[in-house]
Design a protein around this ligand. Structure first.
Ligand code: PMP
Length: 362
């Protein structure tokens, strides 16, 4: 067992892709609607896909924008909402690329410590009092990177603050449908649709390479962000959007999500039991779904050392700092001691062996 084990990237394994079905849907989409999908146009996204998503969310078509992946929507939203000197709040830790994207659009990004049931609401309010942010960015279900799900109580509290002080909440929910146990918590949109911009993606449900992500937002905001998109790429990539629409129309989405859960559940179970077996006394998240478990190393440990030592014994880990907007803040993991462990692209055997190796270093 000297194979290298990689606990770094949160990407689906190749066998997660419904390749033959996607190929069929792409062919049908291009053949049946060539005049639209091979042409410029449809700037807010492929109209039939928007209609399907609008029906699913119970909104109007003009409240849906589909773009080339959800990260691009975060970027276009930030381009529209962040004014010079503006603050953007994130959980701490948060999705590293979101932090980078918001900064590149000129935001001062402030991290609000993440607790086991969502961000610290008292700290949120204190920060908001100091300066009303352009928006709060949250990943409320099976968060990347920590694996935490925000409780209903905290979702309500966050939205109450957002309403009182007047700022947007962006809920980013790419992992939401990959739940391995328990009941789902209502979306933030369901609590207050007037304050919430929902962003999600087919990257984890179909394929990241198709680059199809979408946003649900008030129509005026969707129109403004569409304009940002049009000035960036003229048209989004339409053939893959049309293939997603075809996949949904054929009734293949729900069974595909079930298949993915069957694929990932044993990996999640292996990770949870390995954490219990090998990392006694180490603080770990207990996700109910998604791709990630995270651990906080003991006070004397440091991920920089750990990453180097792990490499020597065939274990690839990522340093935690990039997930922290303020590396020195927070009671839960601080960046120096935080390790994200994605479990979906590794087999149960690799998970067990990888965690055994990790424990041997601690
Ligand atoms: N948000 C989160 C929380 C993610 O984990 C990811 C992918 N790792 C993205 C957004 C980006 O997804 P997409 O492929 O749709 O751009």
């Amino acid at each position: 067992m000297h194979d290298t084990i990689v606990f770094t990237r949160g990407v689906p394994p190749t066998d997660a892709f419904p390749t033959a079905q996607i190929a069929e849907c792409l062919a049908t989409a291009v053949e049946s609607d060539a005049a639209v999908v091979l042409q410029y146009g449809q700037q807010p996204g492929y109209a039939p896909l928007r209609a399907l998503l609008a029906a699913e969310y119970g909104v109007n078509d003009n409240e849906i924008m589909v773009a080339n992946g959800s990260l691009q929507l975060q970027d276009l939203l930030a381009a529209h909402l962040v004014r010079p000197g503006a603050t953007v709040l994130t959980e701490q830790p948060s999705y590293d690329r979101a932090i980078t994207t918001f900064r590149r659009r000129g935001a001062r990004v402030v991290g609000i410590p993440l607790e086991r049931d969502g961000l610290d609401v008292t700290r949120l309010e204190a920060e908001v009092k100091r300066q009303t942010p352009a928006f709060l960015y949250t990943v409320p279900d099976f968060q990347n990177p920590a694996g935490v799900t925000t409780s209903l109580e905290k979702r309500r509290a966050i939205l109450e603050i957002a309403d009182r002080y007047g700022f947007w909440v962006i809920e980013d929910i790419p992992y939401r449908l990959l739940r391995y146990r328990g009941d789902s918590v209502p979306m933030m949109r369901a609590i207050n649709p007037d304050r919430v911009i929902t962003i999600t993606s087919f990257s984890k449900l179909l394929s990241p390479g198709m680059r199809v992500g979408y946003m649900v937002a008030p129509s005026s905001l969707a129109a403004a962000v569409t304009k940002e998109g049009e000035n960036t790429y003229l048209s989004p990539v339409l053939p893959t959007q049309a293939a997603v629409a075809e996949f949904i129309r054929r009734g293949w989405m729900a069974p595909n999500i079930e298949r993915l859960k069957e694929l990932y559940r044993p990996r999640w179970e292996a990770m949870m039991s390995a954490v219990r077996r090998y990392l006694k006394g180490v603080v770990a998240s207990e996700p109910d779904g998604g791709f990630f478990v995270s651990v906080t190393l003991p006070a004397d440990a440091n991920t920089r050392n750990l990453v180097a030592r792990a490499k020597e014994i065939g274990l690839v880990l990522t340093e935690g700092q990039a997930f922290f907007a303020d590396p020195d803040e927070g009671p839960m993991p601080d960046g120096e001691r935080f390790v994200r462990l994605p479990f979906c692209a590794v087999t149960p055997e690799q998970i067990d062996e990888g965690m055994r190796r990790l424990a041997s270093l601690l």
